[in-house]
Design a binder for this molecule. Structure first.
Ligand code: F6R
Length: 610
């Protein structure tokens, strides 16, 4: 999604902005631009395509200044061309970069056109500089003009605004989209993601909903949406929060797949004590949020939603608690019924996914027992707006396709299941088995990573096909769904997942000698049923690829084109482990097809718009 990097300092900042934009490339974008300001003028450069195009343009036509705002745009309103790229200007004096969507832009545009403004782009964002200009023309100060302009915006926004007549000043504001002000040695920065901060040890201020900040090289003042001065507490940025390198790996995604044992270890650390879940599970609030819980509603998007689906199987079978899992964009618009004593549980890597946040806000106004968030980003909107929160300790995830975030979400969910099991008197023996299996999870993941070379062979043949089916049963069904999602998002090979028992209710019609069918084959009580489903595929000459527990029977494997055996682990943690070969399969298929695995087309890392 779009990214913002602004800086005002005692020294030249253009390189700082370009370097910051580069670190945001992973979020997905299709054009980039910068507005630099010195005492005499505001200079704009913007280009469609990659940041390298913007850099080439800056080589030909350099800009300089001690104050600048930069942007990477992920197109929503209008094509990814130069006109629609940010910054947008009014009268060549006011420059604005914007993340989010202005929902009433058509109305605002009409009003501004009636006042004589001409629009150079198709974007909703261009309404903002013209609105600021309108209020400046009416005699307002720069800050007041921005505040009044922003008060008209409906939808979501994070904005940074500069004005030629006030050199060195940036007005920053947010609602529904993250924005951070950071104080460094040379001045201040305004960024949409801490990863864009080049200098470590900065003091960062996370703007709250509706906040406006008036930022200059040596000072920053915070105001609420009514213009009342407020104080915001800064926190010092740790090294790990802003460092993201590929190390010796070919891509961030590959590195993140191999970081999973460590990420899971960090997520478990100090949370399981003598087989019991400690209060340290909660990074905000406490286990009191679970008191009297009788139902759970899980809401999330994409991969995080798939984690929620696995948790439903766990919660109902281990803790005996009814659980409903729902896509956030559906949930938020359908007036869900909330049974008494229901906990709302949202899951999000970024903590900034627009639909998940909207669902959380709805839940916070509904008669839930409480809202609990599972999230990888401390201080994200989801973390701040949930009553209680559990942080996954995956570290920064740069690859657009979620890998270590998912495994750590599942780990956190497993701990939560244990905690709820403890409260609901699940037999100790069951809970101890799960606790032991979780402690063994990092080494089990290490083992699963050893399948890489064999998976490459499967990936080579999958990469020759246009479409793939994934099958699973029980709590491996959502894992099959995740495997299909991963494959399609980074390799662009069409993939669908089915609960294996559903095969003969429709999808079996697709199976012939050219259809690869990837089957998740754990050793559990459903294996016999699954074996029958595999026979149905073989009978239609489908190409069966089995990802299987070491000890499954040779009868099941007979006739499969390829079987990859590994230690799937205890039945409870097995869905976590089965993710690993599926991630490797997607990764290597995409590699064989020459795709950009870290930045797949059309996708963004953090989906901050609806
Ligand atoms: C897929 C993927 C997405 C995200 C989804 C939700 O690999 O990464 O499907 O899982 O956009 O994002 P978060 O978890 O940040 O809310």
């Amino acid at each position: 999604m779009c990214g913002i990097v602004g800086a005002t300092a005692q020294n030249e900042v253009v390189n700082l902005i370009v370097d910051g934009l580069r670190t945001l490339e992973y979020r997905g974008y299709d054009s980039a631009g910068i507005a630099a300001q010195n005492a005499e003028e505001v200079m704009i450069r913007k280009e469609p395509g990659k940041i390298s195009a913007l850099q080439n343009s800056l080589v030909k036509n350099p800009v300089s200044g001690n104050c600048a705002i930069g942007h990477t745009r992920w197109a929503t309103h209008g094509k990814p061309n130069r006109e629609n790229a940010h910054p947008h200007v009014s009268g060549n004096a006011i420059a604005v970069v914007h993340n989010g969507i202005i929902e009433n832009s058509a109305e605002l545009k009409q009003l501004l056109v009636n006042c004589g403004y001409r629009f150079a782009s198709e974007t909703d964002s261009e309404t903002i500089p013209h609105l600021v200009d309108l209020y400046l023309s009416a005699g307002n100060s720069f800050f007041e003009a921005c505040r009044k302009a922003i008060s008209h915006l409906e939808g979501s926004y994070a904005v940074a605004i500069t004005f030629a007549n006030e050199p060195g000043k940036i007005i920053a504001a947010r609602k529904g989209s993250p924005l951070i002000v950071a104080q460094g040695e040379q001045g201040f920065m305004v960024v949409s993601d801490v990863i864009a901060l080049q200098e470590k040890n900065q003091i960062v201020y996370y703007l709250e909903e509706g906040d406006i900040a008036e930022v200059s090289a040596d000072n920053c003042e915070f105001y609420d949406s009514k213009g009342k001065r407020v104080s915001r507490t800064g926190t010092r940025l740790g090294q790990s929060e802003c460092v993201a390198t590929k190390k010796d790996f070919d891509s961030f995604m590959q590195k993140e797949i191999f970081e999973q044992p460590e990420a899971v270890r960090a997520t478990l650390a100090r949370r399981l004590v003598n087989g019991k879940v400690s209060e340290r599970l909660f990074d905000k609030g406490s286990s009191a949020i679970l008191d009297g819980v009788e139902n759970i509603h899980i809401v999330a998007c994409g991969t995080s939603l798939n984690a929620g689906h696995v948790a439903k199987y766990w919660l109902e079978s281990v803790a005996g608690i009814p659980c409903q899992v729902e896509i956030a964009s559906e949930y938020r618009y359908r007036n869900p019924v909330v049974p008494p004593k229901t906990l709302f549980l949202s899951i999000s890597q970024s903590g900034e996914t627009a639909d998940t946040l909207a669902a959380l806000r709805f839940a916070n106004d509904s008669p839930y027992l409480g809202s609990l968030g599972i999230c990888n980003t401390n201080n994200s909107s989801l973390f701040r707006e949930s009553e209680a929160a559990i942080l996954t300790k995956a570290g920064v995830e740069v690859g657009v396709a979620s890998t270590k975030a998912l495994t750590t979400q599942l780990t956190a969910l497993a701990l939560l299941v244990l905690k709820i099991g403890e409260l609901r008197n699940t037999p100790d023996a069951v809970l101890h088995n799960i606790a032991d299996a979780l402690l063994n999870l990092p080494s089990a993941l290490d083992e699963a990573l050893k399948t890489e070379e064999k998976i490459k062979e499967v990936a080579r043949s999958i990469s020759r096909h246009k479409s793939v089916l994934f099958l699973g049963r029980g709590h491996h069904y959502p894992v099959a769904v995740e495997g299909a999602l991963k494959l399609k998002e980074i390799s662009y090979v069409h993939a669908e997942a089915y609960a294996a028992g559903e095969l003969k209710h429709g999808p079996l019609a697709l199976v012939d000698g050219s259809m690869p069918v990837v089957v998740l084959c754990p050793e559990n009580n459903l294996l016999e049923k699954l074996s029958s489903n595999i026979e149905e595929v073989k009978a239609r000459h489908g190409q069966v690829y089995l990802l299987a527990d070491h000890d499954i029977s040779s009868q099941t494997c007979r006739g499969a084109k390829n079987t990859i055996e590994f230690e799937g682990g205890d039945s409870f943690i097995s869905p976590i482990i089965f993710n690993v070969p599926l991630q490797l399969l997607a990764y290597h298929t995409a590699e064989f097809l020459g795709k950009n695995v870290d930045q797949p087309r059309n996708l963004a890392k953090s989906v901050t718009v609806e």
